[in-house]
Design a protein around this ligand. Structure first.
Ligand SMILES: Cc1cc2nc3c(=O)[nH]c(=O)nc-3n(C[C@H](O)[C@H](O)[C@H](O)COP(=O)(O)OP(=O)(O)OC[C@H]3O[C@@H](n4cnc5c(N)ncnc54)[C@H](O)[C@@H]3O)c2cc1C
Ligand SMILES: *[C@@H]1O[C@H](CO)[C@@H](O)[C@H](O)[C@H]1NC(C)=O
Ligand SMILES: *[C@@H]1O[C@H](CO)[C@@H](O)[C@H](O)[C@H]1NC(C)=O
Ligand SMILES: *[C@@H]1O[C@H](CO)[C@@H](O)[C@H](O)[C@H]1NC(C)=O
Length: 511
């Protein structure tokens, strides 16, 4: 009954509209202040203010290629009315001015690797600003700084830096984008010694809500500079990141694979490794316990890197060689070869749910979380394309101290937190019919893991933005004082709240 009457109403309303009945009542849009345009009109407007070839429409190969490049299978299937590909900060400025004054909704994509639907793409209610044509990169200041645009991937950046024997605090997987990685912090092979990626930015060029193109650094707009280190989508579109460079020639890197029965041994090893980072923080040993459909069993993958051409450097890697592997790709090589290998181990295109948790470095809790996960994921794992992984990596005290030395960031971590583990749970599937059940299971798993860490007095409040689920209270996890400061910065640089039309990311307005 109800259904039928709604269907009839829906059929009648457009007719009434056509014949000129009270349009005001039918369209509850508030047009007294801003000029409201439909999403299609927004795209038409973009063609007038920019070179129209930069506005990509459904059906064109360029639009299709950008859509296909998202990591999350759900974002691949969001279809904005158009995609716009600016090539300069001036283009970005024109787009922001137009969108905020016309009330046009938009999303922003850099490398498209964020895991949740709607984080960097949008549906028919708006358009997507795709930064992929902003690929400028140059060395400045006697090669002490590299200036990077947000359309680059980290492989692009490292390939550029390699002939100069330089490195910077970017991603560990080739195809991750510069923009999102750095606006969520960013954990690099350099982080254990030098802090988050964003701690190694010395200047941001950003387009603010009113379209102005400005710099933010320690001397100029230092409040905005601080907030941007974990700023997500709250302040503007960053069009250039100037980052500190570090020397790097050859390195030791690759993967070690282990039988799942070695889980507890390896988790113990990771606790000791994390302590030894106090002596030498040039290496990373991470653990990923992953369902491996080929074996119909779990497998442990350990990506490793040491930023010098030294195999099993002592004391950091003491004892690891004695733990038997099932496969070993460790070699003396270059950075891109390592980031390509990690990229190959994490292909995109599946539907995804990720969540993040931080707790005191402890070997038992992650094993218990793994066992819980194996239990609740068991009913899904027979289906092709469904899998999940638990990934663990250190956030050592040195990393937290390095961040403070670089002026601090909004994350709220202090040396008193001690050595921590960052846990990432990633769940993958392909059948949209499983969305409801898997998303509900993810919420159960997140709740169980959080509660268990809390009960054992191990939970840290920090939630890592780049690994988090859309429902996790990421910004609130930075602490009240940091949130207050971040909101004050937002009020100062976007006093009218014009950037509300920007969808996706973690929003201060929602707190
Ligand atoms: C395979 C894989 C490997 C990963 N490895 C690492 C790793 O080693 N270390 C780590 O810390 N994280 C890692 N991540 C997580 C990664 O940092 C996040 O997914 C990050 O959001 C990706 O950035 P992006 O530019 O590719 O994403 P996008 O989805 O394009 O962007 C993410 C968010 O940032 C916003 N944004 C992007 N560019 C800008 C800009 N210029 N101005 C303003 N807002 C912008 C977007 O609107 C969106 O909300 C990895 C993820 C994957 C899938
Ligand atoms: C329309 O917007 C203006 C300004 O934002 C506001 O003052 C007014 O109350 C709004 N009207 C309605 C009907 O929402
Ligand atoms: C792991 O080792 C156990 C014996 O400890 C063995 O039964 C099992 O088959 C191994 N798993 C794989 C995937 O090889
Ligand atoms: C990285 O992964 C993407 C898919 O996620 C793939 O298209 C690309 O070819 C990979 N690059 C390398 C160098 O492996």
């Amino acid at each position: 009954m109800m259904r039928t009457s709604f269907a009839i109403l829906a059929a009648i309303i457009p007719l009434t509209f056509t014949f000129g009945a009270s349009v005001e009542n039918l369209l509850p849009r508030n047009t007294t202040q801003k000029q409201d345009l439909s999403p299609a009109q927004c795209c038409d407007g973009l063609k007038r203010i920019l070179d129209p070839s930069k506005v990509l429409l459904p059906g064109s190969p360029e639009y299709a290629a950008q859509e296909a490049s998202y990591y999350s299978g759900e974002q691949v299937l969001q279809f904005p009315v158009c995609r716009v590909a600016p090539t300069s900060p001036e283009d970005v400025s024109s787009i922001i001015k137009f969108a905020t004054t016309s009330n046009c909704n938009f999303a922003v994509r850099s490398g498209g690797h964020m895991n949740w639907v709607g984080s960097s793409n949008i549906g028919p209610e708006g358009f997507t600003i795709d930064l992929e044509d902003m690929k400028q990169i140059e060395l400045l200041d006697d090669s002490k700084t590299v200036s990077i645009s947000p359309g680059l991937t980290w492989a692009d950046v490292y390939t550029f830096l390699r002939p100069h024997n330089l490195h910077t605090a970017g991603g560990r997987s080739s195809h991750v984008g510069v923009g999102g990685f750095l606006l969520g912090g960013g954990i690099s092979f350099l982080s254990l010694e030098h802090g988050f990626g964003s701690d190694n930015i010395i200047n941001y060029q950003i387009v603010l809500a009113d379209g102005s193109i400005v710099n933010a650094n320690e001397a100029e707009r230092s409040d905005l500079y601080w907030a941007l280190k974990g700023g997500s989508t709250n302040y503007g579109i960053v069009t250039r990141f100037d980052m500190v460079t570090f020397p790097l020639d050859q390195m030791w890197g690759g993967s070690l694979y282990y039988n799942i029965s070695l889980g507890p041994t390896l988790l113990d090893y990771l606790v000791g490794f994390t302590e030894r980072l106090a002596v030498d923080a040039n290496g990373l040993f991470a653990l990923s316990i992953a369902w491996n459909a080929a074996d119909n069993d779990y497998l442990i993958w350990s990506p490793n890197a040491y930023l010098a051409p030294t195999p099993f450097p002592s004391p950091l890697y003491d004892g690891l060689e004695e733990i038997p592997t099932v496969r070993d790709t460790m070699r003396i090589t270059n950075l891109v070869s390592v980031t390509d290998e990690i990229n190959m181990s994490s292909p995109g295109g599946s539907r995804t749910q990720w969540f993040a948790l931080v707790f005191k470095a402890d070997a038992t809790l992650p094993w218990d979380i793994y066992q819980k996960g194996a239990d609740i994921m068991a009913p899904f794992l027979g289906k092709e394309g469904t899998s999940w992984a638990l990934t663990l990596q250190p956030i050592n005290v040195g990393m937290i101290a390095a961040a403070a030395n670089r002026g601090g960031n909004p994350f709220g971590l202090t040396e008193k937190d001690g050595d921590l583990f960052l846990l990432l749970i990633s769940i993958f599937w392909t059948d949209p019919e499983d969305d409801g059940k898997i998303k509900a299971t993810t919420q159960d798993f997140l709740r169980w893991s959080t509660d268990t860490a809390k009960q054992r007095n191990l939970l840290n409040r920090f939630i890592y933005l780049n690994y988090a689920l859309d429902t996790q209270p990421v910004l609130a996890s930075f602490g009240d004082e940091n949130v207050r400061r971040m909101k004050a910065v937002q009020k100062k640089y976007d006093p009218k709240g014009l950037l509300k039309v920007w969808k996706g990311g973690y929003k201060l307005d929602e707190l």
